[in-house]
Design a binder for this molecule. Structure first.
Ligand SMILES: NC(=O)c1ccc[n+]([C@@H]2O[C@H](COP(=O)([O-])OP(=O)(O)OC[C@H]3O[C@@H](n4cnc5c(N)ncnc54)[C@H](O)[C@@H]3O)[C@@H](O)[C@H]2O)c1
Ligand SMILES: [Zn+2]
Ligand SMILES: [Zn+2]
Length: 361
């Protein structure tokens, strides 16, 4: 049997998204059908519809989701119907070179559903990040379902499925932020604010939020920033050095992903400090730095895909920290919207009005 449900599709590069009927198959071997309860609107969805990720239109957008497993296919043991799960785009294989070396976040053989979801005329859809959850139901690989404590609100839990995990992980997993460190975060949208919350969780002493939008800086303060820098008015490199005794921060996180913000991050870190790039650059962007500075300034230049997370390890822990009152994940949910409001949510995101709009079903 297949299921006809509403879903949000991006048909053409740059065109508005469309709420239409999609067809979702019953799960085959290794797959799970999930009834989506909530799905956040991430900047990466906008990157997809702008053609910034690839040209495999039409896309079924949405990938920061939580929901209930409705049914599972043959051979699925890890989840069962009725389980409350957060969807992830890193279902690791356990067998590739990276997995066997104990670095599963570099797994190059991650699992997705095999059966395509389609439009009603049979056109296959490319699900965003292998998920596609701006839909009442979605079909994923069972390994993409991570069980977490069902006491957490779905609209909060779903955010761990992408942007919030990426930000927290950029600070803790990739950046290795530790007790007493100084941290600067450039770009305080959902991802950057999550990096700030992660830095606080890890015990950073100085947490500098940098953005060109004063509203985002206020949100960053609420999530743990100790200092705010409006980089539309002040040079962030000078400001960050000034707030760190002239040295620069131990860890600087670029949560924008542009050559100019990366260059700011590069020069705002302490000698031997770490730069973490978590914002996703557009394909045409190029970086130019004096190679002598790359050499002479030592330290580490890292990028962070999905916060170097392992969903099965990190999602349940972060949900438990939230439920214990130590991680204010509800602070990321600016508005609850319907499936028909995704295009408006993109405009709100571009206008800087929200940290996260979350589709609630
Ligand atoms: N690495 C990953 O795994 C991963 C996961 C999710 C999202 N992302 C990426 O992270 C980035 C941020 O995502 P988001 O959802 O937080 O987006 P967002 O649009 O909510 O936030 C971006 C923020 O950057 C600020 N900004 C823009 N230009 C700036 C500049 N020059 N200097 C300082 N601040 C500036 C904006 O004011 C805004 O607050 C996107 O590129 C997104 O695709 C990466
Ligand atoms: Zn693997
Ligand atoms: Zn995302």
């Amino acid at each position: 049997m297949s299921h006809r449900v509403p879903g949000v599709v991006s048909r053409v590069k740059g065109g508005p998204v469309e709420l239409t009927t999609i067809v979702v198959a019953d799960p085959g071997p290794g797959e799970a059908l999930v009834r989506v309860q909530a799905c956040g609107v991430c900047h990466t969805d906008l990157h997809y519809r702008e053609g910034g990720i690839n040209d495999h239109f039409p896309f079924l957008l949405g990938h920061e989701a939580a929901g209930i497993v409705e049914s599972v296919g043959d051979g699925v043991g890890e989840v069962a119907p009725g389980d409350f799960v957060v969807l992830n785009w890193r279902a690791v294989c356990g067998n590739c070179r990276a997995c066997l070396r104990g670095r599963p976040w570099y797994c190059f053989n991650t699992h997705n559903a095999v059966q395509p979801m389609t439009l009603t005329d049979g056109t296959p859809l490319s699900p965003a990040l292998g998920i596609g959850a701006f839909a009442e139901k979605t079909l994923v690989h069972a390994g993409q379902c991570t069980k977490v404590n069902p006491r957490v609100a779905p609209e909060v839990a779903g955010l761990l499925g992408c942007g919030v995990m990426a930000g927290i992980g950029a600070a803790i997993n990739t950046g290795g932020v530790g007790r007493g460190d100084s941290v600067a975060v450039i770009g305080c949208g959902g991802v950057g604010c999550a990096a700030i919350a992660g830095a606080r969780l890890a015990g950073a002493a100085v947490i500098i939020a940098v953005d060109v939008d004063a509203r985002k800086l206020e949100l960053a303060r609420g999530l743990g920033a100790t200092h705010l820098v409006d980089s539309s008015a002040a040079d962030p490199v000078v400001a960050i050095r000034g707030l760190t005794g002239g040295f620069g921060a131990d860890v600087v996180i670029d949560a924008v992903g542009r050559p100019e913000t990366y260059t700011q991050a590069f020069y705002a870190r302490d000698l031997a400090g770490t730069v973490v790039l978590v914002g996703v650059p557009a394909p045409a962007m190029k970086l130019e730095l004096p190679l002598l500075d790359v050499f002479g300034r030592g330290g580490a230049l890292k990028s962070s895909w999905y916060g170097d997370c392992l969903p099965s390890r990190d999602f349940p822990t972060l949900v438990d920290l939230h439920l214990a009152g130590r991680l204010p994940l509800d602070g990321f949910v600016t508005e609850r919207i319907g499936l028909a409001d995704v295009e408006a949510a993109f405009a709100a995101m571009a206008g800087g009005d929200v940290l996260r709009s979350v589709v609630v079903l």
